[in-house]
Structure formats: C-alpha cells, structure tokens
Design a protein around this ligand. Structure first.
Ligand code: SF4
Length: 219
C-alpha cells in the first residue's frame, strides 16, 4: 500500500469514529493546560489529573505561582516524575509568563519555548489545543504509532523528523486532531510492549500488521 493511501485511510477512519478527540489532561484555561503539560512529561495524564486540582486551587493564576517558592510548591507535585526539576520549571515558567507576557500564555511556538520546562512538544500541544494551530506534538505514542502504521519512514530518527513528515501529509485543519488520534490509539490499543492488533480497527492499512502479523512473523 502506498503512503498516501495509508494517510487517506487513517484520516477516513478517525474523522468518522473519533471526530472530536480531546486531551485527557484536565484544565479550564491556557495557564492550567501549560502547567499540566509541563507536569505530564514522562508521567501519565492520570497521575497529573490527581495532583492538579489542589495545585490549581491554591495557585489559580500565573501570579500566584510566580510568587511561591520551591518548598511551598514541591509537596503539591511530589508524586509526579522528576518533581525537583518540575517544581523549578513551574516557578520559572510562571515568572516569565508574568514578567514577559503579562500573564497571558503566548500562541507563538518560539515564544512558548523560551519558558523553562517548555520544549517543542509542550509548545506544540499548547499551540494546537488552545490556539488550534497546525502544530503536531510528537510524544512517545505519536512516534511509535505513526511508525508502526507506516505514516512515516522507518528510519525517521527524531521526534522532529516524525513531526515534519506527519504535518506534510495531514491537512492543516486536521493536524491538532491527528495528535490526539495517535496518542489515544497508542495509549489504549497500539501499546508499546505488544500492540493489540487483534482488537485494532486499523489493520487494513497498518504497515506493521501487513509486514508482521499478516505475514505470520509476529507469533
Ligand atoms: S494493527 Fe497492530 S501495529 Fe497496527 S496500529 Fe493496530 S495495534 Fe498498532
């Protein structure tokens, strides 16, 4: 199957079956999403959703977060991965948000990336989820699933390469949705250790399935 046909099938399936995908992180404004996404690096959304209610309650604005200090904030996020670094990042991010951006989360990916704890992936999530820009954040699920499906070349070695290939083939208005489609599929069906191909509705265009399962090599 040619790559353009895989993209066609991918888009057809998900626009029909998951037309309005959403992030599983809980938030009610751009500031809260930025905090949640910074916290979610190398951690599960479920865990982040357990710690953010108290955090958002006691630090409801960037100004509140910018005014705190390490020892006060750390206990709120003690249970997430890398709490030391993330505590420093959150305070640094809030300070910059207040001092350089008047407390408003910027829409520009380069501006977002100036803030502590905000890499390209986090910036892309904010740009797409909040500002509906055609930015595609490549996390471990997007990276793995897009390769298995054959949407990107097998030798794409970095998240940035994967991002560029995906964005080239997906219509801009669907890029924010494609990010969620790939994440959710990777989280629940095309899991890292062993993909659940027997339950997967994408076998008819999946490269991994074609090369391994259908060919009888995945026993
Ligand atoms: S068929 Fe298997 S490898 Fe392909 S997307 Fe589905 S679960 Fe993943």
């Amino acid at each position: 199957m040619q790559k353009k046909d895989r993209y066609k099938a991918f888009i057809e399936y998900f626009t029909l079956n998951l037309p309005e995908p959403e992030t599983e992180l809980n938030f009610s404004n751009p500031y809260e999403l930025l905090v949640a996404v910074i916290l979610s690096a190398q951690c599960t959304d479920k865990r982040i959703n357990m710690v953010t209610p108290a955090l958002f309650e006691d630090f409801p604005t960037p100004e509140h977060l910018a005014a705190t200090h390490f020892d006060e904030l750390f206990p709120y996020i003690r249970s997430v991965s890398y709490p030391n670094n993330k505590t420093k990042h959150l305070i640094g991010m809030a300070k910059m948000l207040v001092e350089d951006f008047k407390g408003e989360v910027p829409a520009d990916i380069k501006e977002l990336q100036k803030m502590p704890g905000v890499g390209r992936k986090t910036a892309n999530v904010i740009a797409s989820v909040i500002f509906n820009q055609p930015a595609l954040a490549v996390d471990t699920h997007v990276y793995r699933v897009s390769k298995r499906l054959g949407l990107v070349t097998q030798n794409a070695g970095t998240p940035l390469e994967v991002e560029k290939q995906l964005v080239k083939h997906i219509p801009p208005d669907l890029v924010p949705k494609a990010h969620h489609w790939l994440i959710l599929h990777g989280r629940y069906i095309c899991i890292a250790r062993k993909p659940k191909c027997e339950k997967c509705p994408l076998t008819h265009f999946c490269r991994y399935y074609e090369k391994n399962v259908a060919a009888g090599k995945d026993k």
